[in-house]
Design a binder for this molecule. Structure first.
Ligand code: HEC
Length: 137
């Protein structure tokens, strides 16, 4: 008797899954995560001081440091290991970074992060990004 009920349940579950499949196909692929959509570079002189650090960060660093990026994933693990909340994996949420530290990591690289040259990011652009991220001053 128990076995019959079990078989009936399994059959029912299988039917449900089959019924759900076409729905999933209609929904299409899941939406892209922020790190997968390179933000547009802000316009203006790349050598000018005081540009939009957030926009520059999202354009130059976003592929690794926006939600879902490999930098975010690695840093989330580090921050959680250090006893912080997972949202601190996003550099934009950190309050312990100084502008000088950001600049050093960007030019020298750090562990899995490759150093960024002045062609990738000019000194003026890096200053703007460091001002945006360096909330510890
Ligand atoms: C190719 C991917 C990649 C790019 C592009 C990248 N980073 Fe990173 N970044 C990483 C990874 C990965 C780490 C974590 C390194 C580790 O500890 O293993 C990291 C770490 C950092 C850290 C250190 C955080 C800490 O807790 O010590 C800073 C600051 C940082 N990145 C800033 C930037 C800025 C600013 C840019 C853009 C100019 C940038 N990164 C571009 C991958 C990247």
């Amino acid at each position: 008797m128990k076995r019959a009920v079990l078989i009936a349940l399994i059959a029912l579950a299988a039917c449900k899954q089959q019924a759900a499949a076409p729905e999933a196909a209609q929904a299409g692929p899941p939406p892209l995560l922020p790190y997968q959509m390179r933000a547009e570079a802000p316009s203006g002189d790349r050598l000018a001081a005081g540009r939009d650090g957030k926009a520059l960060f999202e354009n130059h660093c976003g592929a690794c440091h926006l939600l879902g990026g490999m930098g975010t994933n690695l840093l989330t693990k580090q921050r959680v290991m250090a006893g912080e909340t997972p949202d601190k994996g996003l550099l934009a949420n950190r309050t312990d970074l100084t502008p000088d530290y950001v600049k050093q990591v960007v030019r020298m690289g750090k562990n899995a992060m490759p150093g960024q040259t002045r062609v990738d990011l000019t000194d003026a652009e890096l200053d703007s990004v460091a001002t945006y991220l360096g909330k510890a001053k």
